[in-house]
Design a binder for this molecule. Sequence first.
Ligand code: DGL
Length: 268
Amino acid sequence: MNVVGVFDSGIGGLTVAREICAQLPGVDLVYLGDTARLPYGAKSPDTVSRYALQCVRFLEDVQIEVLVIACNTASACAIPALRKTYPAIPVLGVVEPGAQAAVNASKTGSIGVIGTEGTVNSNSYAEAIQALDPSARVVQKPCPLLVPLAEVGWLDHAVTELTLQTYLKPLLEGTAEHDPIDTLVLGCTHYPALKPAIRKTLKSMAPDRSIALVDSAEAVTNELSKLTGDKPGLGSRRIFVTDLPQRFTRVANTFWQGPLPEATHVDL
Ligand code: DGL
């Protein structure tokens, strides 16, 4: 299985595509970003599922052999519908591999999850973590401002630092219901780009604690490597977007290092 479809609501999924290309350079990668309809993070589960089903129809037409849902919100809301509608294509989302990586990383079982409103409201990370370790305690925080901050490239900006401090404070302090976290799941495509800022914020707010960061792009790529064959593909890269590609190409640098393959506009 060497033709890998990567689906995202837009641009951030390039963090997952980048990880796949770095770890599995021989795969033939087809990326589809639904830039005409992003963001998915504040939309209802039904709308996200409907959009995801339309997008994957396109990827089925270009004959992908395995599908990676890079978008955390779509992984959280649309996987059952996708598996039902496209039974011939193995579907990997980011939630299950991310949950497994979090359980492996946590020593205390107190795990934080940050993501979009859609991902947090779905409770899917918490359910996946608790299915693996029923004693784990999961505390979640929607962080809707982080996607636009990453897209404008404010990766090392005082506004981003203050935003992170505000979002992360309750996870670090703990409450009567949960201990301070020792592991934080980056449950959104954009957050790997903010890793240095997140590390810096955690260090400044909890200097004596070591908090593991779980990057679900890495976790899903490890899962994918079990499905891709020993015989490499041609290492081709194709990128499709549903809006005109100019903004995608301009913003992409934050999420993809190196020369970006040309993005082609498609109407679904
Ligand atoms: N790709 C989305 C996710 O990982 C973030 C951007 C959006 O809200 O569409 O949840």
